[in-house]
Design a protein around this ligand. Structure first.
Ligand SMILES: Nc1ncnc2c1ncn2[C@@H]1O[C@H](COP(=O)(O)OP(=O)(O)OP(=O)(O)O)[C@@H](O)[C@H]1O
Ligand SMILES: [Mg+2]
Length: 480
């Protein structure tokens, strides 16, 4: 199947697909759509991150829903609130012209709005398991009319301990009419056991292990002692021509500390983790999607399914032990055919994890050389030219200069003036300390404070951040 026209889509849904700008189906869509648009069947779909699994189940879901029917006809289960919201948004786009409405139901949000939404008879409900069960038990949601249940990121919901909740929901759906679809880039043994229990002769579309990663992602790792990680991270961000990325940490406290550190360094960074209020989480993600911030530091709450357009980087502050976690994290970049760079920092003692991941994903990670401060500074200078040229206020600025400026520059050559400008803007180029501070190579000479050598940053904060009674982040152990 090469085009969407070859499918039996209704005019309304076909129109929605056109408006989304989807030219041709992705491989998983080409495999799944003809099956799921046909006779009812259970289904397992496994394909790499960012390859359009949402539409692979979403289009048939909307197509099978009857907008006149006042019952909830389909349920989509997601492991995180943000993902439920995102998938719900996608379904509403697919169902826009057919007037099939989806409602998000997830924890942390008020009940009032959800009850109100349920009273307006959505055809599809997209939610996290806990809150859905709350509504079922309160009697505000009935699954008696449900014909399709989709488990997006099925394996994650099981490893998060939602297995019993899932089973409760599956049992609330009349099985004689219902069908169950499982989707994820990874499938654990555990999820296969659930599938064996609840799915009947499922049809499958599966990619092999070597295709679980996006084909367009580059993977680089740097061996960095724990205490040097913040400074190395800053160098890598500054070295990038563009950095719009997610940085994953293993713990919430590390997320908070690293965000604070990056903010103090003048970066537009924010954090996403489970200790934030739901309102805050949503505000943060919205600002990141709108590029008001360009760095989002998060726990694995941000690792599954999130589709943020055109992320240039994903950073593993430490390598995760589980290959699945690695696959989903780095899958936030290099989506739908775009290029993306996955950077992993690993402590020397955890270097073996690199081989393990390479082996499991049948892919290569290259070892990166930690850039020196001079290299970073040269890159910054190279980027200055564009900014230098783009100064519409230069005439006004010149008008502000007193006569002493003219006198001072009178005998200078153009070269000298430009040289002074660069030296003033990037003094770290000539910082003698570089010689005595190999610093970010695994060595005994690492600086006491990870950000101490960054003397030329526009927002210098040369003091160690305070963290109440907590240990500062660079002394904490992160896994890997
Ligand atoms: N046929 C298509 N043509 C172009 N873009 C598409 C197509 N299908 C989906 N997309 C876009 O590709 C992006 C990734 O899709 P989606 O989020 O469904 O991926 P996924 O396979 O679910 O990934 P993950 O495993 O990370 O959840 C989305 O922005 C989506 O709009
Ligand atoms: Mg997905």
């Amino acid at each position: 199947m090469k085009t969407f026209d070859e499918l039996t889509l209704s005019a309304e849904v076909a129109q929605a697909v056109r408006e989304l700008g989807f030219a041709a189906p992705t491989p998983i869509q080409a495999q799944a759509l003809p099956v799921l648009l046909g006779a009812p069947t259970d289904f397992i779909g496994q394909a790499a991150t960012g390859t359009g699994k949402t539409a692979a189940f979403g289009l048939p879901l909307v197509e099978s829903a009857d907008p006149q029917d006042k019952t909830v006809q389909a349920v989509v289960l997601c492991p995180t609130r943000e993902l439920a919201l995102q998938v719900c948004g996608q379904l509403n786009l697919f169902g826009k012209h057919k007037r099939v409405r989806a409602l998000p139901i997830y924890g942390g949000a008020g009940y009032g709005e959800q009850l109100e939404g349920l009273r307006r008879h959505p055809a599809v409900v997209v939610g996290t398991p806990g809150r859905l069960i709350d509504h079922i038990e309160r009697g505000s949601l009935s699954l008696a009319g449900v014909r399709t249940v989709v488990l997006d990121e099925a394996d994650e919901m099981i490893s998060m301990g939602f297995k019993e909740d899932l089973e409760k929901i599956l049992k609330a759906v009349p099985r004689e009419r219902g069908r169950i679809w499982l989707f994820s880039a990874t499938m654990s043994k555990e999820v296969r056991r659930v599938a064996e229990t609840y799915l009947r002769h499922p049809k499958q579309a599966q990619v092999n292990a070597s295709e679980r990663l996006s084909a367009t992602v580059d993977q680089v790792y740097y061996v960095v002692p724990e205490r040097d990680k913040p400074a190395v991270l800053v160098r890598l961000i500054e070295l990038a021509d563009e950095f719009y990325g997610l940085i994953f940490c293993q713990t919430k406290s590390l997320v908070m500390d690293l965000t604070q550190f990056l903010t103090e360094q003048g970066f537009r960074a924010d954090s996403l983790h489970g200790d934030k209020s739901q309102d805050d989480r949503e505000r943060t993600l919205r600002a990141f999607r709108e590029r008001k911030t360009n760095i989002l530091v998060g726990t694995d709450v941000a690792s599954r399914g999130l589709d943020v357009k055109d992320l240039t980087h994903v950073v593993n502050y430490s390598l995760p032990r589980e290959t699945e976690v690695y696959i989903h994290r780095i899958g936030r970049t290099a989506r739908s055919g775009r290029a993306g760079l996955a950077i992993s920092l690993t402590a020397p003692s955890h270097r073996a994890l690199v081989n393990r991941i390479e082996h499991a994903t049948k892919s290569r990670m290259t070892e990166g050389k930690i850039p020196g401060r001079r290299e970073v500074a040269l890159k910054k200078v190279a980027r200055l030219l564009a900014r230098f040229l783009d100064q519409p206020q230069h005439a006004k600025a010149a008008g502000l200069l007193g006569p002493e400026w003219g006198r001072a520059a009178k005998d200078m050559t153009l070269e000298e003036i430009l040289g002074r400008f660069i030296a003033m803007t990037a003094p770290e180029l000539f910082d003698e300390r570089e010689k005595t501070l190999p610093a970010y190579q695994p060595s005994a000479h690492a600086p006491a404070h990870p950000h101490a050598p960054r003397s030329a940053h526009p927002h210098p904060q040369h003091r160690a951040p305070h963290h109440g009674g907590r240990k500062p982040y660079w002394k904490k152990k992160d896994r890997g």
